[in-house]
Structure formats: structure tokens, C-alpha cells
Design a protein around this ligand. Sequence first.
Ligand code: ADP
Length: 162
Amino acid sequence: MPTALIPGTFDPITYGHIDIAVRASNIFKRVIAVVATNPSKSPMFSADERVDMAKEALAGTGIRRIEVIGYSGLIVNCVMEYGASAIIRGLRAVSDLDYEFQMAFTNRNMLESAETVFLMPSAKYAYLNSTLVRQIASYGGEIGEFVPESVKRRIIEKMSAK
Ligand code: ADP
């Protein structure tokens, strides 16, 4: 059963991530969004919150072959643990490529069988990232076109708790 992992921070999950997960599920039988619980960035949401939000948002696709896990450690270890055949990364623009090449080659150096597969999102999400969503929300802007309702609610709660 070919499995693909989608690693990321998911801080929070957006329609861009969801778009990539759905596309991946058209190619792979089992798709696992791997939420980095030890990211180098300092996230707005805790690991548990990011996992919960991703679960809720991806359940909304109705595709039960898409799962969510939290993972602390190297993605290549996760690839081995789950017997995955691919690491999926979303490519938004050419500007993503430099960093993505570094990551893909580094992962391959650590594990020869770790294949990275790049998928392009729908054009309407090509500019979307989690940082942008957090910034717009922090100024009280409307984020309903970028994230599902459940995520929007959590962002608003988090902002008002501050
Ligand atoms: P971000 O880059 O927004 O901080 P993550 O670290 O959570 O996102 O990224 C996880 C994966 O999802 C990466 O491969 C990233 O390129 C991809 N991704 C995030 N947003 C989008 C988007 N709008 N379109 C396509 N891929 C995306």
C-alpha cells in the first residue's frame, strides 16, 4: 500500500495544505500529514493544537485515507517507520525551489530510498502560507477564504486570549 508523507509545521493548516493532501491522495493509497512537533520556528499553536486542527480540517475532505500524526525527529526516520514511498512537498513558486532542493538532497543523503515528490497547488492557493494567515488575522482581517471555519475559530480564540 504506497504511503506518502506530507511533512510540515501546519501552523495552522490552510486550504493550501489541504489542496496538496487531496492531490496526494489521488496518487497514493495512504497519505499522512506529519506535523513537526519540534519545529525550528516558534509556532503560534502547540503541537497538539496543530495536530487537532489538521485532523479536523482534513476530516472535512471526507477522504479517510488521509491521516494526521505528530512527529518529533527526522522525516527520514518517519519514512522508515511508516514504510513510506514518498515525501510530498508543495511547490508554490520558483522561490520555494532552492530550499526544497536542499531538503530533498539532504533527505536522500540520509536515506537513499527517500523520494521527494513535488506537487503544485491550485493556482488560487499559490501565494498562500500559514504566516500570511496569522498576520492577516492579527490585524483583524478576514481569513475565511484561506482556512476552514474550524481553523478560523481557533485562530480567533488564540488571538483574543492574548
Ligand atoms: P508553510 O510553508 O506555510 O509554513 P509548512 O511548513 O506547514 O507550511 O509546509 C508543509 C508543506 O505544505 C510544504 O511542502 C509546503 O510547501 C506545503 N504548502 C504550504 N502551503 C502551501 C500552499 N499554499 N500551496 C502548496 N503547498 C503548500
